[in-house]
Design a protein around this ligand. Structure first.
Ligand code: TA6
Length: 301
């Protein structure tokens, strides 16, 4: 069976050994295993904290949470009742069936429409469709957002981001190519300093220090490279990328395992500066494709 469904999650199995698990809670991808070059055993590519709640009591600390319709604390008047990073990561999505099942990939659809609990916090007209596709050496996630309003007064404004926790040694990795890209720095001490635009001077961005940078007009393709591996993240319709690792400040995060920050970097494609604006009936799609690079012999290039 390429897709197994339990009460709480979907398990995707690719014929060449890759697998993925998606919680219906938050449509959160909580595992992606893919084989490596020279190693037939698929290995885990995402970090999930051993203290993460997987029972729907809070957003998952790890994997790929979906951030919608606000990134961070809400800043738009339509979002004021929402928690940090919105509601998509903390609602139970519906399984919408298998989209594709062949040697190229196994793909499933999940959907989220306004529920009573969402409408209490967010009264805009929307429908979300999330398609997760597993191939031998890659996973892709596509978020489709539709403004379902029938009248022209029903606007929909949102931000969206894939909060990827890429499993990699944070003391020994680089993220490229971000040199020359402007960013704002959320590690700064004051709200005023957090809004100052800086320009990335480094060819190889590391996260050995507490990093929480929001890059603007980002290139859309990123590589995370460490001594024994690499992944590439390709984004479509996401002008920003957020690079986050809390280092020791992560000890303050309740569901972060001890030294968990040593084991991942978040490289998160998003539209988080300003808002996507959809008129009644309009749709938008944001996509990312994460690939295991070393398979193609590029890890050391
Ligand atoms: O994407 C980076 C970020 O916004 C950071 O500022 C950091 O706080 C992180 O997300 C985690 O947020 P969370 O709500 O999951 O604790």
């Amino acid at each position: 069976m390429p897709v197994e469904r339990t009460q709480t999650k979907l398990i995707l199995q690719h014929p060449k050994g890759a697998s993925a698990e998606i919680l219906l809670y938050g449509a959160t991808v909580i595992s992606w295993k893919s084989p490596s070059k020279g190693n037939s055993e698929p290995s885990e590519r995402l970090f999930v904290s051993s203290k993460a709640a997987l029972d729907g009591s809070k957003p998952v600390r790890g994997g790929i949470p979906v951030v919608f319709p606000c990134f961070g604390a809400p800043t738009h008047p339509d979002h004021v009742k929402l928690p940090q990073h919105g509601f998509a990561r903390s609602e139970v999505w519906s399984y919408g069936g298998i989209v594709m099942d062949n040697d190229a990939g196994v793909s499933v659809r999940l959907t989220l429409q306004p529920t009573t609990s969402v409408e209490e916090k967010f009264d805009r007209p929307f429908e979300l469709v999330y398609v997760v596709t597993l191939a031998e050496h890659q996973i892709s996630t596509d978020l489709h957002v539709k403004n379902t309003a029938l009248s022209s007064t029903g606007h929909l404004e949102f931000q969206a981001l894939f909060h990827n926790y890429i499993k990699a040694p944070s003391s020994d990795l680089i993220v490229t190519p971000l040199q020359g890209v402007s960013y704002y720095d959320k590690t700064e001490a004051t709200e005023e300093l957090k809004t100052v635009t800086k320009v990335e001077s480094r060819a190889d961005v590391d996260v050995r220090k507490f990093t929480d940078f929001v890059y603007e007009n980002a290139p859309g393709t990123y590589k995370v490279t460490w001594p024994t591996g690499a992944v590439e993240i390709r984004a479509t319709n996401f002008p920003n990328v957020v690079v986050w690792n809390p280092q020791e400040t992560g000890a303050k995060i309740g569901d972060m395992e001890t030294n968990g920050w040593d084991k991942y970097v978040c490289v998160e494609p998003g539209h988080v500066r300003g808002f996507v604006s959809l008129k009644a009936g309009e749709s938008w799609v944001g996509q990312q494709v994460i690939s295991v690079v070393e398979i193609f012999g590029k890890a050391s290039s």
